[in-house]
Write a protein that binds this ligand. Structure first.
Ligand code: BGC
Length: 492
Protein backbone atom coordinates (compact mmCIF):
# COMPACT_ATOMS: atom_id res chain seq x y z
CA UNK A 1 0.00 0.00 0.00
CA UNK A 2 1.23 3.52 -0.80
CA UNK A 3 0.84 6.52 1.52
CA UNK A 4 -1.96 7.79 -0.74
CA UNK A 5 -3.86 4.57 -0.33
CA UNK A 6 -3.43 4.89 3.42
CA UNK A 7 -4.88 8.39 3.56
CA UNK A 8 -8.53 7.38 4.05
CA UNK A 9 -7.34 5.28 7.00
CA UNK A 10 -5.16 8.02 8.42
CA UNK A 11 -7.57 10.94 8.18
CA UNK A 12 -10.42 9.52 10.26
CA UNK A 13 -7.81 8.39 12.79
CA UNK A 14 -6.59 11.97 13.13
CA UNK A 15 -10.16 13.11 13.86
CA UNK A 16 -10.59 10.29 16.35
CA UNK A 17 -7.30 11.19 17.96
CA UNK A 18 -8.49 14.60 19.15
CA UNK A 19 -11.92 13.20 20.08
CA UNK A 20 -10.13 10.45 21.93
CA UNK A 21 -7.88 12.92 23.72
CA UNK A 22 -10.89 14.86 25.01
CA UNK A 23 -12.67 11.68 25.99
CA UNK A 24 -9.83 10.13 27.97
CA UNK A 25 -9.00 13.45 29.63
CA UNK A 26 -12.47 13.47 31.15
CA UNK A 27 -12.66 9.89 32.44
CA UNK A 28 -12.68 9.19 36.14
CA UNK A 29 -10.19 6.44 36.88
CA UNK A 30 -11.25 5.53 40.41
CA UNK A 31 -13.10 2.31 39.57
CA UNK A 32 -10.51 1.33 36.98
CA UNK A 33 -7.81 1.57 39.67
CA UNK A 34 -9.96 -0.50 42.01
CA UNK A 35 -10.48 -3.26 39.41
CA UNK A 36 -6.73 -3.25 38.66
CA UNK A 37 -5.88 -3.45 42.34
CA UNK A 38 -8.10 -6.51 42.81
CA UNK A 39 -6.78 -8.19 39.64
CA UNK A 40 -3.14 -7.71 40.64
CA UNK A 41 -3.70 -9.71 43.80
CA UNK A 42 -3.29 -12.57 41.28
CA UNK A 43 0.31 -11.59 40.37
CA UNK A 44 0.96 -10.96 44.08
CA UNK A 45 0.02 -14.60 44.71
CA UNK A 46 2.28 -15.71 41.86
CA UNK A 47 5.16 -13.70 43.39
CA UNK A 48 4.66 -15.58 46.65
CA UNK A 49 4.81 -18.87 44.73
CA UNK A 50 8.08 -17.84 43.02
CA UNK A 51 9.66 -16.55 46.22
CA UNK A 52 8.45 -19.42 48.43
CA UNK A 53 11.16 -21.97 47.59
CA UNK A 54 14.06 -19.70 48.55
CA UNK A 55 13.35 -19.59 52.31
CA UNK A 56 11.56 -22.99 52.40
CA UNK A 57 14.32 -25.10 50.82
CA UNK A 58 17.03 -24.65 53.50
CA UNK A 59 14.47 -25.59 56.15
CA UNK A 60 13.22 -28.61 54.24
CA UNK A 61 16.80 -29.72 53.64
CA UNK A 62 17.40 -29.64 57.39
CA UNK A 63 14.00 -31.13 58.26
CA UNK A 64 14.16 -33.85 60.94
CA UNK A 65 11.05 -35.56 59.50
CA UNK A 66 12.55 -38.16 57.10
CA UNK A 67 9.41 -38.07 54.91
CA UNK A 68 9.73 -34.35 54.33
CA UNK A 69 13.50 -34.03 54.08
CA UNK A 70 14.86 -32.87 50.72
CA UNK A 71 18.28 -33.70 49.29
CA UNK A 72 19.83 -31.27 46.81
CA UNK A 73 18.29 -32.90 43.70
CA UNK A 74 14.87 -32.96 45.30
CA UNK A 75 15.33 -29.34 46.38
CA UNK A 76 16.09 -28.29 42.81
CA UNK A 77 12.91 -30.08 41.62
CA UNK A 78 10.95 -28.42 44.41
CA UNK A 79 12.14 -25.04 43.12
CA UNK A 80 11.73 -25.68 39.40
CA UNK A 81 8.49 -27.68 39.22
CA UNK A 82 6.68 -24.35 39.49
CA UNK A 83 7.95 -23.31 36.06
CA UNK A 84 6.73 -26.59 34.50
CA UNK A 85 3.31 -26.19 36.14
CA UNK A 86 3.18 -22.60 34.88
CA UNK A 87 4.00 -23.68 31.31
CA UNK A 88 0.99 -26.01 31.39
CA UNK A 89 -0.99 -23.16 32.98
CA UNK A 90 -0.22 -21.09 29.88
CA UNK A 91 -1.94 -23.65 27.64
CA UNK A 92 -4.95 -23.96 29.93
CA UNK A 93 -5.12 -20.18 30.44
CA UNK A 94 -5.05 -19.51 26.69
CA UNK A 95 -8.04 -21.77 26.26
CA UNK A 96 -10.23 -20.73 29.21
CA UNK A 97 -9.65 -17.00 28.86
CA UNK A 98 -11.67 -17.04 25.62
CA UNK A 99 -14.13 -19.73 26.70
CA UNK A 100 -15.24 -18.53 30.14
CA UNK A 101 -13.94 -14.96 30.05
CA UNK A 102 -11.22 -12.97 31.74
CA UNK A 103 -12.93 -12.47 35.10
CA UNK A 104 -13.97 -16.08 35.67
CA UNK A 105 -10.58 -17.41 34.51
CA UNK A 106 -8.88 -15.22 37.10
CA UNK A 107 -11.25 -16.34 39.83
CA UNK A 108 -10.66 -19.97 38.88
CA UNK A 109 -6.92 -19.51 39.57
CA UNK A 110 -7.67 -19.32 43.28
CA UNK A 111 -8.56 -23.04 43.24
CA UNK A 112 -5.10 -24.40 42.28
CA UNK A 113 -3.36 -21.68 44.35
CA UNK A 114 -5.18 -22.53 47.56
CA UNK A 115 -5.31 -26.30 47.00
CA UNK A 116 -1.61 -26.28 46.08
CA UNK A 117 -0.62 -24.47 49.26
CA UNK A 118 -3.00 -26.70 51.26
CA UNK A 119 -1.23 -29.73 49.81
CA UNK A 120 2.13 -28.30 50.95
CA UNK A 121 0.72 -27.48 54.39
CA UNK A 122 -0.70 -30.98 54.83
CA UNK A 123 2.17 -32.81 53.07
CA UNK A 124 2.94 -36.31 54.33
CA UNK A 125 5.68 -36.99 51.81
CA UNK A 126 7.83 -35.34 49.15
CA UNK A 127 5.35 -36.13 46.37
CA UNK A 128 2.73 -33.99 48.08
CA UNK A 129 5.26 -31.15 48.27
CA UNK A 130 5.92 -31.56 44.54
CA UNK A 131 2.18 -31.76 43.84
CA UNK A 132 1.67 -28.49 45.72
CA UNK A 133 4.39 -26.81 43.69
CA UNK A 134 2.92 -28.01 40.37
CA UNK A 135 -0.57 -26.79 41.34
CA UNK A 136 0.60 -23.38 42.54
CA UNK A 137 2.77 -23.16 39.39
CA UNK A 138 -0.23 -23.97 37.22
CA UNK A 139 -2.20 -21.18 38.88
CA UNK A 140 0.76 -18.81 38.32
CA UNK A 141 0.83 -19.68 34.62
CA UNK A 142 -2.87 -18.94 34.17
CA UNK A 143 -2.54 -15.73 36.21
CA UNK A 144 0.44 -14.51 34.19
CA UNK A 145 -1.77 -14.72 31.10
CA UNK A 146 -5.15 -13.56 32.37
CA UNK A 147 -4.23 -10.54 34.47
CA UNK A 148 -2.31 -8.60 31.76
CA UNK A 149 -5.22 -9.25 29.39
CA UNK A 150 -7.80 -8.18 32.00
CA UNK A 151 -5.93 -4.95 32.70
CA UNK A 152 -5.24 -4.00 29.11
CA UNK A 153 -8.88 -4.58 28.18
CA UNK A 154 -10.27 -2.48 31.03
CA UNK A 155 -7.65 0.31 30.98
CA UNK A 156 -7.36 3.14 28.46
CA UNK A 157 -4.27 4.39 26.58
CA UNK A 158 -3.40 7.16 29.03
CA UNK A 159 -2.76 4.79 31.93
CA UNK A 160 -2.49 1.34 30.34
CA UNK A 161 1.32 1.22 30.56
CA UNK A 162 1.33 2.15 34.22
CA UNK A 163 -1.46 -0.24 35.18
CA UNK A 164 -0.03 -3.05 33.02
CA UNK A 165 3.35 -2.63 34.74
CA UNK A 166 1.65 -3.15 38.09
CA UNK A 167 1.46 -6.85 37.15
CA UNK A 168 5.23 -7.18 37.42
CA UNK A 169 5.33 -4.79 40.39
CA UNK A 170 3.02 -7.09 42.33
CA UNK A 171 5.02 -10.17 41.28
CA UNK A 172 8.18 -8.68 42.74
CA UNK A 173 6.36 -7.44 45.86
CA UNK A 174 5.11 -11.03 46.29
CA UNK A 175 8.63 -12.42 45.88
CA UNK A 176 9.90 -9.95 48.48
CA UNK A 177 6.93 -10.75 50.73
CA UNK A 178 7.92 -14.43 50.67
CA UNK A 179 11.59 -13.58 51.42
CA UNK A 180 10.66 -11.30 54.33
CA UNK A 181 7.98 -13.73 55.56
CA UNK A 182 10.56 -16.52 55.37
CA UNK A 183 12.80 -14.65 57.81
CA UNK A 184 10.21 -14.92 60.59
CA UNK A 185 7.96 -17.84 59.60
CA UNK A 186 8.58 -21.56 59.14
CA UNK A 187 7.95 -23.09 55.69
CA UNK A 188 4.60 -24.32 57.01
CA UNK A 189 3.32 -20.91 58.16
CA UNK A 190 4.78 -19.25 55.09
CA UNK A 191 2.55 -21.52 52.98
CA UNK A 192 -0.43 -20.43 55.09
CA UNK A 193 0.50 -16.76 54.54
CA UNK A 194 0.98 -17.36 50.79
CA UNK A 195 -2.54 -18.68 50.41
CA UNK A 196 -4.05 -15.43 51.71
CA UNK A 197 -3.63 -13.22 48.58
CA UNK A 198 -5.50 -15.61 46.23
CA UNK A 199 -8.26 -16.05 48.82
CA UNK A 200 -8.75 -12.29 49.13
CA UNK A 201 -8.52 -11.96 45.33
CA UNK A 202 -11.32 -14.43 44.63
CA UNK A 203 -13.65 -12.79 47.14
CA UNK A 204 -13.07 -9.24 45.88
CA UNK A 205 -13.13 -10.28 42.24
CA UNK A 206 -16.79 -11.30 42.67
CA UNK A 207 -17.56 -7.56 42.77
CA UNK A 208 -15.43 -6.61 39.75
CA UNK A 209 -16.69 -6.56 36.15
CA UNK A 210 -15.85 -8.65 33.09
CA UNK A 211 -13.92 -6.63 30.45
CA UNK A 212 -15.97 -4.62 27.93
CA UNK A 213 -13.97 -6.08 25.03
CA UNK A 214 -14.72 -9.64 26.03
CA UNK A 215 -18.43 -8.82 26.49
CA UNK A 216 -18.61 -7.15 23.08
CA UNK A 217 -16.86 -10.08 21.43
CA UNK A 218 -19.70 -12.22 22.86
CA UNK A 219 -22.35 -9.74 21.60
CA UNK A 220 -23.32 -8.60 25.11
CA UNK A 221 -23.61 -4.92 24.30
CA UNK A 222 -25.86 -3.82 27.16
CA UNK A 223 -23.54 -5.37 29.73
CA UNK A 224 -20.48 -3.91 28.03
CA UNK A 225 -22.05 -0.45 28.25
CA UNK A 226 -22.76 -0.88 31.95
CA UNK A 227 -19.16 -1.91 32.54
CA UNK A 228 -17.82 1.05 30.57
CA UNK A 229 -20.08 3.39 32.55
CA UNK A 230 -18.70 1.94 35.79
CA UNK A 231 -15.08 2.02 34.61
CA UNK A 232 -15.06 5.51 33.07
CA UNK A 233 -17.47 7.41 35.35
CA UNK A 234 -20.55 9.45 34.46
CA UNK A 235 -18.73 12.43 32.90
CA UNK A 236 -17.96 10.83 29.54
CA UNK A 237 -19.87 9.59 26.53
CA UNK A 238 -18.95 5.92 27.01
CA UNK A 239 -21.23 5.01 24.08
CA UNK A 240 -18.48 6.51 21.92
CA UNK A 241 -15.82 4.19 23.36
CA UNK A 242 -18.20 1.26 23.01
CA UNK A 243 -18.63 2.02 19.30
CA UNK A 244 -14.85 2.19 18.82
CA UNK A 245 -14.37 -1.25 20.36
CA UNK A 246 -17.39 -2.63 18.55
CA UNK A 247 -16.08 -1.53 15.19
CA UNK A 248 -13.00 -3.68 15.64
CA UNK A 249 -15.03 -6.60 17.09
CA UNK A 250 -17.36 -6.48 14.04
CA UNK A 251 -14.42 -7.05 11.75
CA UNK A 252 -13.57 -10.08 13.83
CA UNK A 253 -16.90 -11.86 13.75
CA UNK A 254 -15.42 -15.07 12.43
CA UNK A 255 -13.65 -17.56 14.67
CA UNK A 256 -9.88 -17.52 14.68
CA UNK A 257 -8.42 -20.32 12.53
CA UNK A 258 -4.84 -21.56 12.81
CA UNK A 259 -4.41 -21.13 9.04
CA UNK A 260 -4.55 -17.37 9.67
CA UNK A 261 -1.09 -17.62 11.18
CA UNK A 262 0.07 -17.17 7.57
CA UNK A 263 -1.36 -13.68 7.69
CA UNK A 264 1.34 -11.09 8.58
CA UNK A 265 -1.11 -9.10 10.73
CA UNK A 266 -1.32 -12.22 12.92
CA UNK A 267 2.12 -13.79 12.70
CA UNK A 268 4.04 -10.53 13.18
CA UNK A 269 2.58 -9.71 16.63
CA UNK A 270 2.70 -13.43 17.45
CA UNK A 271 6.44 -13.67 16.75
CA UNK A 272 7.13 -10.40 18.58
CA UNK A 273 5.32 -11.74 21.65
CA UNK A 274 7.17 -15.07 21.58
CA UNK A 275 10.60 -13.49 21.07
CA UNK A 276 10.04 -10.99 23.88
CA UNK A 277 9.32 -13.90 26.21
CA UNK A 278 12.32 -15.91 25.01
CA UNK A 279 14.64 -12.95 25.42
CA UNK A 280 13.26 -12.24 28.89
CA UNK A 281 14.21 -15.71 30.08
CA UNK A 282 17.40 -16.12 28.02
CA UNK A 283 18.74 -13.00 29.74
CA UNK A 284 19.40 -15.45 32.60
CA UNK A 285 17.42 -13.45 35.15
CA UNK A 286 16.20 -16.49 37.06
CA UNK A 287 19.65 -18.11 37.08
CA UNK A 288 21.22 -14.87 38.30
CA UNK A 289 18.62 -14.51 41.04
CA UNK A 290 19.33 -18.07 42.10
CA UNK A 291 23.03 -17.25 42.07
CA UNK A 292 22.51 -14.16 44.22
CA UNK A 293 23.03 -15.97 47.51
CA UNK A 294 26.53 -17.11 46.56
CA UNK A 295 27.46 -13.60 45.50
CA UNK A 296 26.20 -12.17 48.75
CA UNK A 297 28.13 -14.83 50.65
CA UNK A 298 31.27 -13.68 48.87
CA UNK A 299 30.55 -10.08 49.76
CA UNK A 300 30.71 -11.17 53.40
CA UNK A 301 27.04 -10.85 54.14
CA UNK A 302 26.49 -12.65 57.42
CA UNK A 303 23.02 -13.74 56.48
CA UNK A 304 22.36 -14.65 52.85
CA UNK A 305 18.61 -14.19 53.33
CA UNK A 306 19.41 -10.48 53.88
CA UNK A 307 20.96 -10.61 50.43
CA UNK A 308 17.75 -12.02 49.00
CA UNK A 309 15.80 -9.19 50.60
CA UNK A 310 18.17 -6.65 49.00
CA UNK A 311 17.52 -8.27 45.60
CA UNK A 312 13.81 -8.08 46.35
CA UNK A 313 13.96 -4.40 47.31
CA UNK A 314 15.95 -3.47 44.18
CA UNK A 315 13.36 -5.24 42.02
CA UNK A 316 10.44 -3.53 43.73
CA UNK A 317 11.96 -0.02 43.58
CA UNK A 318 12.97 -0.19 39.91
CA UNK A 319 9.77 -1.91 38.79
CA UNK A 320 7.85 0.91 40.49
CA UNK A 321 10.00 3.47 38.65
CA UNK A 322 9.27 1.65 35.37
CA UNK A 323 5.52 1.70 36.09
CA UNK A 324 5.61 5.45 36.76
CA UNK A 325 7.46 6.36 33.58
CA UNK A 326 6.03 3.68 31.24
CA UNK A 327 3.36 5.92 29.67
CA UNK A 328 5.81 8.81 29.19
CA UNK A 329 9.03 7.07 28.12
CA UNK A 330 7.27 4.38 26.08
CA UNK A 331 7.83 0.61 25.91
CA UNK A 332 10.44 0.55 23.17
CA UNK A 333 12.93 2.94 24.76
CA UNK A 334 12.66 1.36 28.20
CA UNK A 335 12.99 -2.16 26.85
CA UNK A 336 16.04 -1.35 24.72
CA UNK A 337 17.65 0.53 27.62
CA UNK A 338 16.89 -2.29 30.02
CA UNK A 339 18.35 -4.99 27.76
CA UNK A 340 21.43 -2.79 27.16
CA UNK A 341 22.02 -2.30 30.90
CA UNK A 342 21.65 -6.05 31.44
CA UNK A 343 24.01 -6.83 28.58
CA UNK A 344 26.74 -4.56 29.98
CA UNK A 345 26.41 -5.77 33.57
CA UNK A 346 26.39 -9.45 32.50
CA UNK A 347 29.52 -8.78 30.40
CA UNK A 348 31.31 -7.20 33.38
CA UNK A 349 30.22 -10.15 35.51
CA UNK A 350 31.87 -12.37 32.91
CA UNK A 351 35.09 -10.33 32.96
CA UNK A 352 35.15 -10.62 36.74
CA UNK A 353 34.78 -14.40 36.58
CA UNK A 354 37.37 -14.57 33.80
CA UNK A 355 39.94 -12.78 36.00
CA UNK A 356 39.08 -14.97 38.94
CA UNK A 357 39.28 -18.10 36.87
CA UNK A 358 42.71 -17.06 35.58
CA UNK A 359 43.86 -16.47 39.15
CA UNK A 360 42.51 -19.82 40.24
CA UNK A 361 44.17 -21.56 37.30
CA UNK A 362 47.44 -19.86 38.24
CA UNK A 363 47.02 -21.22 41.73
CA UNK A 364 46.47 -24.67 40.12
CA UNK A 365 42.94 -24.89 41.39
CA UNK A 366 41.33 -26.55 38.40
CA UNK A 367 37.80 -26.69 39.61
CA UNK A 368 34.73 -26.29 37.47
CA UNK A 369 31.94 -26.46 39.97
CA UNK A 370 30.56 -22.98 40.36
CA UNK A 371 30.16 -22.99 44.13
CA UNK A 372 33.58 -24.51 44.67
CA UNK A 373 35.14 -21.93 42.41
CA UNK A 374 33.39 -19.18 44.33
CA UNK A 375 34.63 -20.53 47.63
CA UNK A 376 38.16 -21.05 46.40
CA UNK A 377 38.30 -17.57 45.04
CA UNK A 378 38.59 -15.79 48.33
CA UNK A 379 41.54 -18.00 49.20
CA UNK A 380 43.21 -17.59 45.84
CA UNK A 381 42.77 -13.90 45.10
CA UNK A 382 42.03 -10.54 46.55
CA UNK A 383 39.49 -9.71 43.83
CA UNK A 384 37.05 -7.01 44.89
CA UNK A 385 33.90 -8.52 46.37
CA UNK A 386 31.90 -5.35 45.72
CA UNK A 387 32.17 -5.73 41.94
CA UNK A 388 29.84 -8.73 41.51
CA UNK A 389 27.50 -7.14 44.01
CA UNK A 390 27.31 -3.93 41.97
CA UNK A 391 26.90 -5.97 38.76
CA UNK A 392 24.13 -7.98 40.34
CA UNK A 393 22.24 -4.92 41.54
CA UNK A 394 22.60 -3.19 38.14
CA UNK A 395 21.57 -6.35 36.29
CA UNK A 396 18.45 -6.77 38.42
CA UNK A 397 17.59 -3.06 38.30
CA UNK A 398 18.00 -3.21 34.50
CA UNK A 399 15.62 -6.16 34.31
CA UNK A 400 13.07 -4.41 36.48
CA UNK A 401 13.11 -1.30 34.27
CA UNK A 402 11.96 -3.07 31.12
CA UNK A 403 12.67 -6.74 30.44
CA UNK A 404 10.60 -7.71 33.50
CA UNK A 405 7.35 -5.82 32.98
CA UNK A 406 7.30 -5.02 29.25
CA UNK A 407 6.99 -8.49 27.65
CA UNK A 408 3.85 -9.11 29.76
CA UNK A 409 2.48 -5.69 28.94
CA UNK A 410 3.16 -5.88 25.20
CA UNK A 411 1.75 -9.43 25.09
CA UNK A 412 -1.56 -8.06 26.36
CA UNK A 413 -1.58 -5.21 23.83
CA UNK A 414 -0.58 -6.53 20.42
CA UNK A 415 -2.90 -9.43 19.61
CA UNK A 416 -6.30 -9.00 17.97
CA UNK A 417 -9.04 -9.82 20.46
CA UNK A 418 -10.10 -13.12 18.88
CA UNK A 419 -6.51 -14.47 18.76
CA UNK A 420 -5.64 -13.05 22.17
CA UNK A 421 -6.23 -16.23 24.21
CA UNK A 422 -4.37 -18.57 21.92
CA UNK A 423 -1.46 -16.24 21.14
CA UNK A 424 -0.99 -15.21 24.79
CA UNK A 425 -1.11 -18.90 25.77
CA UNK A 426 1.75 -19.61 23.36
CA UNK A 427 3.75 -16.70 24.84
CA UNK A 428 3.22 -17.89 28.40
CA UNK A 429 4.18 -21.43 27.41
CA UNK A 430 7.35 -20.13 25.72
CA UNK A 431 8.23 -18.01 28.77
CA UNK A 432 7.83 -20.65 31.46
CA UNK A 433 9.31 -23.56 29.53
CA UNK A 434 12.40 -21.44 28.80
CA UNK A 435 12.52 -20.45 32.49
CA UNK A 436 12.53 -24.14 33.34
CA UNK A 437 15.29 -24.94 30.85
CA UNK A 438 17.53 -22.06 31.90
CA UNK A 439 17.27 -22.73 35.64
CA UNK A 440 17.63 -26.50 35.22
CA UNK A 441 20.50 -26.31 32.71
CA UNK A 442 22.41 -23.47 34.35
CA UNK A 443 24.79 -25.74 36.22
CA UNK A 444 25.52 -27.86 33.13
CA UNK A 445 26.14 -24.72 31.12
CA UNK A 446 28.66 -23.52 33.70
CA UNK A 447 30.38 -26.91 33.65
CA UNK A 448 30.62 -26.89 29.87
CA UNK A 449 31.44 -23.31 29.00
CA UNK A 450 32.60 -22.01 32.44
CA UNK A 451 30.88 -19.28 34.38
CA UNK A 452 32.38 -16.40 32.41
CA UNK A 453 31.30 -18.12 29.19
CA UNK A 454 27.79 -18.43 30.60
CA UNK A 455 27.63 -14.76 31.57
CA UNK A 456 28.99 -13.66 28.22
CA UNK A 457 26.34 -15.81 26.58
CA UNK A 458 23.65 -14.06 28.66
CA UNK A 459 25.25 -10.74 27.77
CA UNK A 460 25.14 -11.44 24.02
CA UNK A 461 21.55 -12.63 24.23
CA UNK A 462 20.64 -9.38 26.03
CA UNK A 463 22.39 -7.45 23.28
CA UNK A 464 20.40 -9.35 20.66
CA UNK A 465 17.32 -8.29 22.57
CA UNK A 466 18.41 -4.62 22.17
CA UNK A 467 18.63 -5.08 18.38
CA UNK A 468 15.37 -7.01 18.25
CA UNK A 469 13.59 -4.26 20.19
CA UNK A 470 15.00 -1.46 18.06
CA UNK A 471 14.09 -3.13 14.78
CA UNK A 472 10.93 -5.11 15.48
CA UNK A 473 9.04 -4.01 18.58
CA UNK A 474 6.38 -1.37 17.81
CA UNK A 475 5.71 1.51 20.21
CA UNK A 476 2.29 0.98 21.76
CA UNK A 477 2.38 3.96 24.14
CA UNK A 478 -0.73 6.17 23.93
CA UNK A 479 -2.54 3.96 21.37
CA UNK A 480 -5.83 2.19 21.87
CA UNK A 481 -5.80 -1.58 21.42
CA UNK A 482 -7.81 -1.06 18.23
CA UNK A 483 -5.17 1.35 16.84
CA UNK A 484 -2.42 -1.16 17.62
CA UNK A 485 -4.36 -3.80 15.73
CA UNK A 486 -4.84 -1.40 12.82
CA UNK A 487 -1.08 -0.76 12.82
CA UNK A 488 -0.35 -4.45 12.26
CA UNK A 489 -3.01 -4.67 9.56
CA UNK A 490 -1.56 -1.64 7.80
CA UNK A 491 1.98 -2.98 7.86
CA UNK A 492 0.92 -6.49 6.75
C1 BGC B 1 9.53 -13.35 34.99
C2 BGC B 1 9.94 -14.41 35.97
C3 BGC B 1 10.81 -13.78 37.03
C4 BGC B 1 10.05 -12.65 37.68
C5 BGC B 1 10.79 -11.98 38.80
C6 BGC B 1 8.84 -12.21 35.70
O1 BGC B 1 8.52 -11.22 34.79
O2 BGC B 1 8.66 -13.89 34.02
O3 BGC B 1 10.61 -15.43 35.30
O4 BGC B 1 11.16 -14.73 38.01
O5 BGC B 1 9.69 -11.71 36.70
O6 BGC B 1 11.80 -11.20 38.46
Amino acid sequence: MTTEEYRPLLEPAAVIDSEEEQYFNKVCNRNLYLATFVAVLGPLSFGFVLGYSSPAIPELEANSDPYLNLDSTQASWFASLVTLGAAVGGIIGGWIVDKIGRKLSLMMCAVPYVSGFTMIIGAQNIWMLYGGRVLTGLASGVTSLVVPVYISETAHPKVRGMLGSCVQLMVVIGIMGAYVGGMVLTWYWLAVLSSLPPTIMVVLMCFMPETPRYLLSKNKRAEALQVLAWLRGPEVDYEWECRQIEASCDEQDTKFALSELKNPSIYKPFLIGIFLMLFQQLSGINAVMFYAETIFDQANFENSSEGSVIVGVVQVVFTAVAALIMDKAGRKLLLALSAFIMSISAAVFGVYFRIWQANINNSSLHKTDILTVQNSVSEATTAPTWLPLVCLVIFIAGFALGCGPIPWLVMSEIFPVRARGLASGACVLANWSTAFLVTKEFHDLVENITQYGTFWLFSSLCFMNVLFTVFFVPETKGKTLEQIEAHFKATA
